[in-house]
Design a protein around this ligand. Structure first.
Ligand SMILES: [Zn+2]
Length: 185
């Protein structure tokens, strides 16, 4: 009498153990040519960007039946972001989180911010979608993020480029709030 479980071969047994207490998802496995149970595990990964190797903590979707890596869009997106985060870190570029924080911090829309800076109207919106800024644009954004007075200077100098006055006053109020809180200590 043989048990199916112990009949499955060494790596399949290993996969079963790896899958314990992990959520199984259903994906198409190219190797098994069918939809199959898969699980996601963390994974040291390496990728080349602009002729340089980047090591990052990613994820891997693995087929429970054959052990091969399986395509899973969510994991690919996760790995893309993790790779770009590492790229930003190693090249001293502004982090994605800080990019998203700037419009909230200064109550300014993505398009208005681009216009104030004299950039193409969609440039900042692209960065919010995950595009990596050039060094020069990154430095400008870092300075804006770190220094409300610098942002205020840009706002006061270029406000006439904005489509309406209310954008200016809303942002000006946000800057004044920050200044008030920082002066209180
Ligand atoms: Zn498979």
């Amino acid at each position: 009498m043989t048990s199916n479980f112990f009949d499955v071969g060494k790596y399949k047994l290993y996969n079963f153990i790896m899958a314990i207490e992990r959520e199984l998802i259903n994906c198409f496995c190219e190797n098994c040519r069918t939809n199959t149970d898969c699980f996601i595990e963390s994974n040291h990964r390496v990728a080349v960007l602009k002729n340089k190797k980047y090591y990052f903590e990613g994820k891997r979707t693995q087929c429970l039946s054959c052990g091969k890596e399986v395509y899973n869009k969510e994991v690919v997106d996760y790995n893309c972001k993790a790779l770009l985060d590492e790229y930003r870190k190693e090249n001293n570029l502004i982090s994605y989180e800080k990019i998203l924080e700037i419009p909230r911090k200064y109550c300014i829309g993505n398009f208005s911010l681009s216009i104030l800076l004299g950039w193409r109207t969609t440039t900042f919106a692209h960065y919010c979608k995950g595009y990596v800024p050039t060094k020069r644009y990154s430095n400008e954004l870092k300075r804006i993020y770190d220094d409300p007075l610098y942002f205020e200077h840009i706002l006061d100098t270029n406000y006439m480029r904005l489509k309406n006055e209310s954008s200016y006053y809303r942002s000006k109020r946000a800057v004044n709030n920050i200044k008030m809180h920082t002066s209180k200590g």
